[in-house]
Design a protein around this ligand. Sequence first.
Ligand code: ATP
Length: 460
Amino acid sequence: MPTTPDSTLALKAALDVSPTNIPLRLLLADTLLVLDRIDDAEKALKDGVSRTPNDPRLSIGLAKVFLKQGKYAAGVMACEGALVREDAPAEGHLVFSKLLLRSGETERAAEAYRRAVDLDGSLAEDELAGQLATHLKPNYEDIPYGDDDFDDFDDFDGRIPVSQFDQSGESPAEIERPKINFSDVGGMEAVKEEIRLKIIYPLAHADLYKAYGKAIGGGLLLYGPPGCGKTHLARATAGEVKAGFIVVGLHDVLNMWVGNSEKHLNKLFEQARRNAPCVLFFDEVDALAASRADFRHTNARTVINQFLSELDGMTASNDGVLVLAATNAPWHMDSAFRRPGRFDRISFVPPPDAPGRAAILQLHVGSKPAGNIDFAQVAKATADHSGADLKSVVDRAVEAKLQDAMKTGVPKPLETKDLLAAAKTVKPSTREWFSDARNYALYANDGGQYDDLATYLKMK
Ligand code: ATP
C-alpha cells in the first residue's frame, strides 16, 4: 500500500471498526513511522497495548518507535518484556540489537543480532553486522579463545574490558551555555519565584547564607505532566544565572547501570563542579529509582548510593552546583532521594493557566509574520494544553500558512483564526497524567508532599 496520508486515514477507519486487530494496528504504526509521524505511531501502539497488554508484537512495535525517538533505555525495557515470550517476533531481536548497540551494550547487541538472524535469515543487515563486528573484535582478541571459536558468541562472557568512556577519560556530557532566561518561559510565575528563592538567591548571596549557617546545596525536584516546561525552565534557570547547563537524560542515567556506572556519575558531578556555577539537570530521574529491580546485571544499589553521596557533597563540595531534576512520576522515587539536603524540595509544575498560555503562545509566535493576534482568545480555547502542545499549535498554524502561501504565491501574516483552527487539531496532552496523579494526591500524600497538586486538582 502506498504510504500517503490518505492510507493512514483508511487504516484508522478500519481500526475503529476492529480495534483489536493487531496486524492492522501494526501496519498503521509502520505507515505512520514511514511518514515520520512518530508520535502518532506511538499513540496508536499505546492504544493497542492498553487493549491487548500482553501481545509482544505491540511491545516490539513500541520499541521501534522508541528507537526512532532515541529513547533507547525505554526501548530496551519494552524488548526485554516482549522477548521472554515464545511468540515474540524474530524482528524483535533485531530491534533489541539496535537499541542495545546505541545504549553501548555491544556484546548483548551482538547476541541479539545473532539470535534474530538465526531465527530469520532475511533479517541480516550488513551495516549493523559491520558495526557489531568492529566493536566486538578487540574484545575477542582480549580473551584466550582460539580463532575457530571467534564466532561462538554464546560462550563469550559478555564483559566489556574498558568502556569507551573510561578509555578517553572524557567527560560524559556536553556543557551548554543557554541563551534563554526566565523571560523566555511563559507563565510559571510561582515556580520561577520558588527557583529564585531556593536556588538563585542562595547562589548569588552564598556568603550571607553561610554567615547564617544555612547550607547551600541539595536539589530541587520538579514534577508535573509532560511537556509543561520542566526542562525548558531548568535550562532558563542556567541562563538566568549565566551558569553552565548539563542535561542528563533517562537514557544516560540508565547507561550508568552498565559497567563503570559509579565512575560515570562521579565524572558528571565533577564536571559540573569544575564548571561552577553550573546547573546539573537530571531528566526523568524516577527511572533511576523505579527501574532498579529491572536491571539484573548491574549493581543498582551502589549506583543509587553513589548518586546520593554526590548529591550530599560527600566526595567534594557542591558549591555553585545547582541540581535540578524532573519527573512525571515522583511517587515512583525511592524515599532516600527525598531526605534533607537531597531532593527535599519538590515543586509542582502545573499546566499553564490562561495568562500563561497566552504568554507561551506569544513567545512561540515570536517574530514570525503576524497580524494583531488575540492571544487571550486562543488561550481560552486551549485549556489543559501543555507548553509543548501550544508550541505545536503555533507550528501547525505556521505550516498551514506556508501551504497557503505556496498555493497562492502570497505570504500572509498569522492571525487569530489560524491559531484557533490549529488549536482544534492539537489534543491537550495533560489530562491523562492527571487521571493517574489524582490517586497519588489523594492516597499517597503523607507528609503533604503533593499538597500543591491536591490544591490544583480541587481548583479544576
Ligand atoms: P517532559 O516531562 O516530557 O520531559 P517537560 O515538562 O520537561 O516535558 P519541556 O521539554 O520543557 O517539558 O517542554 C517542551 C517544549 O514546550 C519546550 O521545549 C518549549 O518549546 C515548550 N514549552 C513548554 N513550556 C513552556 C513555557 N512555559 N514557555 C515557553 N515554552 C514552553
